[in-house]
Design a protein around this ligand. Structure first.
Ligand code: ZN
Length: 246
C-alpha cells in the first residue's frame, strides 16, 4: 500500500503519517526529513540542498525528484510519504516512478491552521517540537522535557511567513486535490477533529478505497475470463458447424 499524505501546514500530516505507518506496517518519511538527511551527505547534491534550505527557499526539483525516486524504490512493499508532491507540475514529472495507490488529503481551514501554528514551540537547544495544546511539555516551568531548554516559536512561524505559505499552498498545492480525484485516488479527511478521530477516519476511508479497487480488479478479471470463454465457445461452434456441413 502506497500513500501520499497532503494537507496545509499544521494539518497533522506528520502525526497521521506515523500513525498510519504503524497500522499498515510500512515505512514513512517526509520530504523535509529526506532533505535534512541529504544535507548531511558529503556530496554535491548534499551541499546544494544545504545552501537552498539555509536560504529558506523551496528546494529545486532536480534535487527533490531523485531523492523521492531513491526512497520509494527502496520500499517496494509500500510506503507513506508526507508532503509530496507539492504541485500538479511535480506530480506530472514524477508519474513514471511515483505511483501512490491513494492520496490522503487532510483538510483544515486557514484559520485553524494559523491557530495551530501559533501553538507550535521548538526547544532552543535540542530542537524537539512541542505543541502547547496537543503535545505540551510536562515540566512545570514549561521548558523542554528532554534537556530543560527554553521553548521558542520557530523562526519561520511569523504571521507574515505563515500567510505567505498558505497563499502558496492554495495556489500551487491545492489543485492536486482535483488532479488525484480525477484519477480515483483521493481520500479526503476533515482534519479539524482530534488526532485519534482523524486517524480512524483516514484508516476507514483508505480501506474502503482499496476494497473498491480490489473489487474493480476482480470484476475486470471475470469480464476477461467470460470474454475468453465466449470466444472459445464461438470458435468451437463454428468449427463443429464447418465439420458437420462438409
Ligand atoms: Zn530540548
Amino acid at each position: 500500500m502506497k500513500v501520499a499524505v497532503l494537507g496545509t501546514q499544521a494539518s497533522g500530516k506528520g502525526t497521521q503519517s506515523h500513525i498510519l505507518s504503524v497500522i499498515m506496517g510500512v515505512q514513512t518519511a517526509s520530504v523535509g526529513e529526506l532533505l535534512r538527511e541529504l544535507q548531511n551527505e558529503d556530496s554535491k547534491r548534499g551541499h546544494t540542498a544545504k545552501i537552498e534550505m539555509a536560504k529558506g527557499a523551496f528546494v529545486d526539483d532536480d534535487i527533490i525528484m531523485p531523492l523521492v525516486k531513491d526512497w520509494v524504490s527502496k520500499h517496494p512493499e509500500g510506503w507513506i510519504l508526507d508532503g509530496f508532491p507539492r504541485s500538479v507540475e511535480q506530480a506530472k514529472k514524477c508519474e513514471s516512478f511515483f505511483k501512490p495507490d491513494a492520496v490522503l488529503y487532510l483538510e483544515v481551514p486557514d484559520e485553524d491552521s494559523k491557530k495551530r501554528i501559533s501553538y507550535r514551540r521548538l526547544c532552543s537547544k535540542c530542537k524537539t517540537n512541542y505543541n502547547l495544546i496537543t503535545q505540551p511539555p510536562h515540566s512545570p516551568n514549561g521548558t523542554c522535557d528532554k534537556c530543560g531548554g527554553e521553548l521558542v516559536r520557530r523562526g519561520d512561524d511569523t504571521p507574515e511567513l505563515v500567510e505567505e505559505r498558505l497563499r502558496h499552498y492554495h495556489e500551487v498545492t491545492e489543485p492536486l486535490k482535483e488532479w488525484f480525484a480525477a484519477r480515483g485516488k483521493l481520500v479526503l479527511v476533515d482534519a479539524r477533529k482530534g488526532i485519534a478521530e482523524v486517524a480512524h477516519e483516514a484508516e476507514l476511508k483508505l480501506e474502503d478505497l482499496f476494497h473498491r479497487k480490489a473489487r474493480a480488479r476482480r470484476l475486470k478479471l471475470w469480464g476477461l475470463i467470460f470474454l475468453a470463454l465466449a470466444v472459445v465457445t464461438f470458435a468451437v461452434l463454428t468449427i463443429t458447424g464447418y465439420i458437420l456441413n462438409s
